[in-house]
Design a protein. Structure first.
Length: 256
């Protein structure tokens, strides 16, 4: 009986991977038919599309990047919405992540999926550039908040835009007050980087985040960046100097 079960498993496994490959191929084909140009060029500023301005944005090259930021500021809401759409992880990349994380396909199928789904580093480069420009826009980036929250809530450490988005959200200040209950839960995350980001957003919200004080006080016992972020958030919300001093004193003792 055991031999028969093993034989069935061996017979089904190649068929399973074949089905995965065919599914990916169908999805890629449908995306090419319904969405041939991705998001398109976007709004236009000075005879150049948003896509062209985005390609010019390179934080390491100061002049080109500052020009790109000014261009998106001039485009206003339409430019921000273009950046928001670019920030979202493409459907085919999400499909690939699910396949790799849950099913661990064999190497040969992995190579096929990369070609079929048209995966490339360029996807993440454009998303990183979009996140960086949003970080330079300040409160004007608010129309992109729904897409930024999608990235933030996933808290995917392997997503190259997660950290950038986490640094943008505190700039929204009190506008993030609607998230206080969710951020309180985030402080308990086993992903300490995400927990620290939640604390920083709570601090940026200010006095409207007072319901989070007990959870923040508890987070100061976690140590590391989470404890520091929680302590500074407590100061920003309620000016409890003693908590900040105690946490920083513990940090200095640890580093000594």
């Amino acid at each position: 009986m055991k031999t028969v079960s093993l034989a069935i498993f061996r017979w089904r496994k190649p068929r399973f991977w074949l089905c995965v490959g065919l599914f990916a191929a169908v999805v890629a084909l449908l995306m090419d038919v319904w969405w041939p140009d991705g998001f398109g060029g976007g709004p236009i500023y000075q005879d150049r599309t948003a896509s062209e301005w985005l390609a010019q944005a390179e934080p390491a090259v100061e002049e080109g990047s500052s020009n790109a930021v000014e261009a998106f500021k001039a485009m206003g809401r339409d430019g921000v919405l273009f950046l928001a759409r670019t920030l979202k992880m493409p459907g085919r990349e999400r499909i690939a992540m699910v396949v790799w994380e849950k099913h661990r396909p064999p190497e040969w199928l992995g190579k096929i999926l990369v070609k079929v789904l048209n995966l490339s580093d360029e996807m993440d480069i454009r998303r990183e550039r979009a996140a960086w420009i949003l970080s330079q826009l300040g409160p004007a980036a608010e129309p992109a908040l729904p897409e930024m929250l999608q990235v933030f809530r996933r808290a995917d450490e392997n997503d190259p835009v997660t950290q950038e988005v986490a640094e943008i959200l505190p700039g929204m200040g009190e506008k993030m007050a609607f998230m206080v209950p969710e951020l309180i839960q985030g402080l308990k995350s086993t992903n300490f980087a995400h927990g620290a980001a939640c604390a920083e957003i709570l601090g940026a919200i200010g006095p409207k985040a007072k319901p989070a004080l007990p959870a923040l006080l508890n987070a100061t016992n976690a140590g590391g960046k989470l404890a520091q972020s929680a302590a500074f958030a407590i100061w920003d919300i309620d000016h409890q100097t003693n908590v900040v001093v105690e946490v920083l004193d513990d940090v200095l003792k640890f580093q000594a």
